[in-house]
Write a protein that binds this ligand. Structure first.
Ligand SMILES: [Zn+2]
Length: 213
């Protein structure tokens, strides 16, 4: 069941590795399915050797519907987000280092770069620490999400999400790039200008050109 989508989860996890958002078996990928259940990556397994048989289908209570692996240990947090944000179809959890570094020194990654506005939709808030593998991660994500497609979890990593894998992965990758740029600017010790509301509105306006028709 859902072979194509299971492969998409694995491909996404490998892209997360390729972009340096996770190492080894860190993080996870999950997807809401039309039947009301959720595909999730398994706990602590290498993405390099993962096959579609390793992906687990769970219900909204976290019970396994299909699959023989133990699902990601963050399933309670993931299910909380899916339950409270019906618009979200895909959630990525990463330990991406630059965004996580921002969490140690800032309360948010401000909207200082066009890529944050275009691909993450707004400044990204840092949620207070909650233990990993705890529903609190999901509660904090919903509380701090705002209009953004990601939340940074203090001392931990990132929850990025969207209407599909492409949107969630793009948000996570651009969040990482922007975090790197922001930290580089901060390291100079100079003050960092933010974009004005008018500039953000101009950047957000539909221009109808970017991308392929
Ligand atoms: Zn984690």
């Amino acid at each position: 069941m859902y072979e194509k989508e299971k492969q998409q989860l694995i491909d996404c996890a490998r892209e997360m590795q390729r972009y340096g958002l996770v190492v080894l078996s860190g993080g996870n990928v999950s997807m809401r399915m039309p039947c009301g259940n959720f595909l999730v990556t398994p706990s602590a397994m290498s993405y390099d050797t993962m096959t579609t048989d390793d992906i687990v289908l769970i219900d909204a209570q976290g019970n396994t519907v299909e699959g023989f692996r133990r699902p990601t240990s963050d399933k309670d947090a993931i299910l909380y987000v899916f339950a409270h944000r019906p618009d979200i179809q895909v959630i990525l959890h990463t330990h991406q280092p630059y965004a996580t570094a921002v969490s140690l020194v800032c309360d948010e990654l401000p909207a200082t770069l066009v890529t944050i506005i275009d691909e993450v939709h707004s400044a990204v808030k840092v949620a207070p620490f909650t233990p990993s593998s705890d529903e609190g991660m999901g509660i904090a994500t919903v509380e701090y999400a705002g209009d953004a497609l990601a939340v940074i979890l203090k001392h931990h990593g990132v929850m990025a999400y969207g209407k599909n894998i492409d949107q969630a992965l793009t948000a996570a990758v651009y969040l990482e790039e922007a975090s790197k740029t922001y930290l580089a600017a901060m390291s100079t010790g100079r003050s960092i200008p933010e974009l004005s509301e008018r500039q953000i509105a101009e950047e957000s306006a539909e221009r109808g050109y970017y991308g392929q028709p």
